[in-house]
Design a protein around this ligand. Structure first.
Ligand SMILES: [Zn+2]
Length: 188
């Protein structure tokens, strides 16, 4: 099926809903160098809230930086095919999206890390502890949360945050996924 809620904070892209290869979000801008490991683009509104969040984290001596943001269809295609060289398709599908099915193509998703730049270890950092309980204040959710694999289709990814705007608080307070939230508010 084609992705729903296009060009809104609640765009849904997952294993069932996909973007076509020509979809590029509006208003892509670069994340400030202080808060990214390389040149990373993201939707303008998301940049504002992400950098605000990173600044507030810094005030608590925590350094959250982006290591991936907007990724186009071709990039995801290469990434997915690269993983297939190492793992079986059933395994790859638990941690990587097929091209068109990646939230990174929406321009609303960011993978974060700390100065150590190791996202596998991110879960054991003070940055993660802060992020999981504060990111909703800036409109973000931990998109692929613990014990939600059966709904999101992905293993727990503490480093992958998704901008959903005002809906973030409800999603956080009720410990639900974007899929469950959309069922409640849109009768999906
Ligand atoms: Zn990600």
């Amino acid at each position: 099926m084609y992705a729903i809620n296009l060009n809104t904070d609640l765009i849904l892209v997952n294993k069932d809903y996909a973007l076509d290869k020509n979809y590029v979000p509006n208003n892509l801008v670069k994340i400030n160098n202080n808060f990214s490991t390389k040149e990373i683009f993201i939707c303008k509104k998301v940049k504002y809230y992400f950098e605000k969040m990173c600044n507030d984290a810094l005030n608590n001596n925590l350094r959250i930086i982006a290591m991936s943001g907007y990724r186009d269809y071709e990039y995801q295609k290469n990434l997915y095919n690269e993983y297939l060289k190492f793992d079986k398709k059933e395994i790859v599908d638990t941690y990587s999206a097929k091209p068109g099915h990646s939230e990174h193509q929406t321009g609303l998703a960011i993978d974060v890390c700390t100065d150590k730049k190791d996202y596998i270890e991110f879960i054991n950092t003070s940055e993660y502890i802060w992020l999981k309980d504060n990111c909703h204040k800036y409109g973000f959710i931990i998109r692929y949360n613990k014990n939600k694999e059966n709904i999101t289709g992905y293993k727990f990814e503490p480093w992958h945050i998704r901008y959903v705007g005002n809906s973030a608080k409800y999603i956080y307070d009720n410990n639900i996924t974007l899929e469950e939230y959309l069922k409640i508010v849109r009768n999906l």
